[in-house]
Design a protein around this ligand. Structure first.
Ligand SMILES: [Zn+2]
Length: 320
């Protein structure tokens, strides 16, 4: 039977509409607005998911030729200058992510706690400003075992800072750092890092839940293997809200350097080649899936949008 002109016209309209929707979904959605709840605390309402970025302050260090291992110092200074940053000193911001997903309150990484520089360890102070009770955190999910991410889990007195939270860590990361033979054989420069993992985890080893990177950690929290920065470094996709969020932890250090130049290697990356490949993999995944990106060392609100620029990427923090 032949299609009537009317049916043909309707079919055409449907086709054009579907095609346009396809085009639209290929574009980045407009950035959601962010509420500044207090100095150091920023919140994004994504419907059934609410993300609160809590600053843990910052660290700073002199810029030396070793900070970016595979780029001339002059090029690194140019990148800093172009971003309006000082060329001789680096300020490295710290921020943890708190996600309210239904009745779960999930904290991603814990900050420096009582073990960092005087300018760091601000998570509890910032939470207190906005009435967030550490005892209301139901889960702590750890990206990797560097001290600025795990030290906030336990205070100097030994008490757990988020007393009611179940703790989740990537199996790969756990197996690497908690290997006593590896610790004994580690170079002097790594002894402190190993000591931190024992201080934090040894007394609670049996209670720590381990997950395979790639698995769902909790409903709405999918882990993504992101090895390189450390052997088991893991990123997370937070799902269920009006926009997915990727918490990529230390996939990039200073954004002006490593988001813009993803092939540059930070001195902290334990496997430079793997870290480089992971940086691009996660950036492409976030852009192609229209995810917001949050990171422990990202500037401003530490959550924002990512786009391609030149041979690298650009991060734009969410604003009010
Ligand atoms: Zn870090």
């Amino acid at each position: 039977m032949m299609m009537s002109w009317r049916n043909l016209f309707t079919a055409g309209l449907v086709f054009v509409t579907v095609w346009m929707l396809g085009l639209l979904s290929g574009c980045a959605s407009p950035a959601p607005k962010m509420a500044s709840v207090a100095n150091g605390v920023k919140r994004v309402d994504l419907g059934s998911v609410t993300i609160t970025m809590v600053s843990d302050g910052h660290g700073s260090r002199a810029l030396d030729a070793n900070f970016v291992r595979n780029a001339p110092l002059a090029e690194v200074q140019t990148a800093l200058r172009e971003a309006g940053l000082p060329e001789d000193r680096l300020t490295i911001p710290y921020a943890v992510l708190l996600a309210d997903i239904g009745s779960q309150r999930v904290l991603f990484d814990t900050g420096n706690g009582e073990f960092g520089a005087a300018t760091a360890g601000k998570v509890l102070e910032n939470m207190a400003k906005t009435g967030i009770d550490p005892a209301s955190v139901t889960a702590v999910v750890i990206s990797h075992f560097h001290g600025d991410h795990i030290n906030g889990l336990r205070n100097k007195g030994g008490a757990l800072v988020f007393p009611k939270a179940k703790i989740y860590v990537p199996t790969t990361e756990w197996n690497w750092w908690m290997d006593d033979a590896r610790m004994a054989a580690a170079p002097e420069a790594m002894k402190n890092a190993f000591a931190a993992t024992r201080r934090v985890f040894a007394p609670i080893a049996l209670a720590v839940a381990r997950f395979e990177p790639g698995a769902y950690v909790l409903p709405g929290v999918r882990s993504i293997p992101a090895f390189g920065h450390t052997p088991g470094h893991t990123a997370f996709a937070i799902e269920g809200g009006s926009r997915k969020v990727m918490f990529w932890a230390d996939n990039t250090n200073i954004a002006a350097l490593f988001v813009r130049h993803p092939d540059w290697s930070a001195v902290f990356d334990m496997d430079a080649d793997a870290a480089r490949a992971t940086r691009r993999k996660l950036a492409e995944m976030a852009i192609n899936s229209d995810m917001l990106v949050a990171g422990y060392h990202l500037p401003g609100a530490a959550i924002g949008t990512l786009s391609r620029r030149d041979s690298g990427y650009e991060f734009a923090p969410l604003e009010k």
